[in-house]
Write a protein that binds this ligand. Sequence first.
Ligand code: ZN
Length: 500
Amino acid sequence: MTTVELMDYDEVLARFDPVLGLEVHVELSTNTKMFCGCPTGFGAEPNTQVCPTCLGLPGSLPVLNGTGVESAIRIGLALHCEIARWCRFARKNYFYPDMPKNFQTSQYDEPIAFNGYLDVTLDDGEIVRVEIERAHMEEDTGKSLHVGGATGRIHGAEHSLLDYNRAGVPLIEIVTKTITGTGARAPEVARAYVTALRDLLRALDVSDVRMDQGSLRCDANVSLMAKDATEFGTRTETKNVNSLRSVERAVRHEMTRQAAILADGGSILQETRHFEEAGGTTRAGRRKETSEDYRYFPEPDLAPIAPSREWVEELRLTLPELPAARRKRIQTEWRLSDLEMRDLVNAGAIDLVAATADAGAPPDEARSWWVSYLSQQANNRAVDLGELPITPAQVAKVIALVAAGTLTNKLAREVVDGVLAGEGEPEQVIESRGLKVVSDDSALYAAVDEALVAQPDVAAKIRDGKLAAAGAIVGAVMKATKGQADAKRVRELVLDRCQA
Ligand SMILES: [Zn+2]
């Protein structure tokens, strides 16, 4: 493997301005495919969700999925786009084994939605408006599986297998306008944009937006402009980056790679590149075709789409509260400072805290659990907060048990640890680990008496009115009860004993 020269990131920024363009493909969660009645579920046996239409057999004809169009319009509206009064599908002609029709049915110069924007919040709370060029409908391809090679790539493989279950699954491609002026924050803007788009699509309930399963995929176009240049540089397109973190890494890597080539007097090839998760690098794919190469022409087997304005307005009414508006409302309702809100957003905890509050917990305490203790646990396990094996309802239960005096904060953390370790519901963990607070006064009195006898000097001081000395006795009792007593109650009992 040849080593790739990279330029130091600060030097890149001193000499060049990064220019971004982001294309996101989202698989819609419709029950059936875009142009036939085949189911779309993920993970079925290969080639069990196919029919003559999605296999491109002679004589088969496409029928447009109405829900797919509806989702496309709702996505367009949520992105503040104009919705076309009339648009068509086109054929994008090329051969690839995973595409049995030899063309992809897609929208070309007549997208259903165009000219929108998405406001994107960066880690420090700054908002960047990313303009949307278009959102258009198309269909997914099948999948190739290359067998025998070391890396699952076609190179070195002995043979390839094809699975057409995904062929024809509805896709919406969302394309940004050129994003300039982001400077050092270009990689962060790219990640924040995909994050915001994912949250928006999730709120719309049009896709399961699983990047790990490919239902949300990002292609990142990156080019550099020398500081004194007046035209954009040549861009590369890094394909199918499949995690939010990878989006950021891929953009950063391309910036440092391209800068080194340009500084050395070289030129950038317009090509697709593939992100290598392990090293955080990209490798060359195919030379990029131009749109002329695809010989686009209008799809003759599908009628044009002319959404009536009434229908568009009806769909606008179905839009849920969108993430940005929801964040604003939550910040007001929960009386959070900008900093607290930022921590909440960065922890990816809004939905979890909201669900915990819905399950009956005070929002402040729900927030505290998710943003601090549970975030630490997620960090330790290197998973997203939402992937922790604990539900908002379970967290709400633990908070309620603390409020009822059944658990101290320390015991509550142990209960949460037990839930995370798969020991069952909070009540089961309390039972099996014996974590209940000792609330039986007679048991506590016994422990207090024992401690007073063991430390007669301290006991004498308390009896003389030096109440600060009570701390030593409380400490001894807490130790004797393994922390399972309410320290405040213990203190009351100590003072009670000493006054008698
Ligand atoms: Zn089919």
